[in-house]
Design a binder for this molecule. Sequence first.
Ligand code: FE
Length: 191
Amino acid sequence: MPYADDALAPVISSGTIGYHYGKHHKGYYDTVLKTVKGSDLADATLEEIIRKTAAAPERVALFNASAQLWNHNFYWSSMRAKGGGKPGGALAEGIERDFGGYEAFRKEFLAAATGQFGSGWVWLVRGTDNRLAVVKTANADTPMAHGIACLLCCDIWEHAYYLDWQNRRADYVNAWLDRLVNWDFVARNPG
Ligand code: FE
């Protein structure tokens, strides 16, 4: 983890991090290690495991665990203490160009988060047309499995926010955007 368990409070409490990182994330990690051991993917990178199993329906359990492991690593890096708000520099220009401004981006991100039925993720990506876009994925699915460059992600599984926000997913995502987004991480992504 790039920060202490209580660094993201009160938006995300140390209790949530304890379960989310200590139980959920660790569960995915343990499953990936156990499943690839002695297999043809034993020496593969996490990215290779995800891309290979994404195209193999019989390996959906390994895809789910490995994609969830990658998604969570990306999620932890997408946040920092005292983050959030508008980005600057080239990111601000890209958001202006492709969304028409930060407020329009923010509205689209929130709509994707609240519009996702059930568990999943909301992403800022750079599409194959080189434009920034907001996309949502269900369950373990991840844009990187489909060759799309990820820049930022928010976990909207209930385990990410239920202890702190109960059923108020929109409040969680609003606070997440305003107070936690790590724009420095977004800017460093090759995208
Ligand atoms: Fe999660």
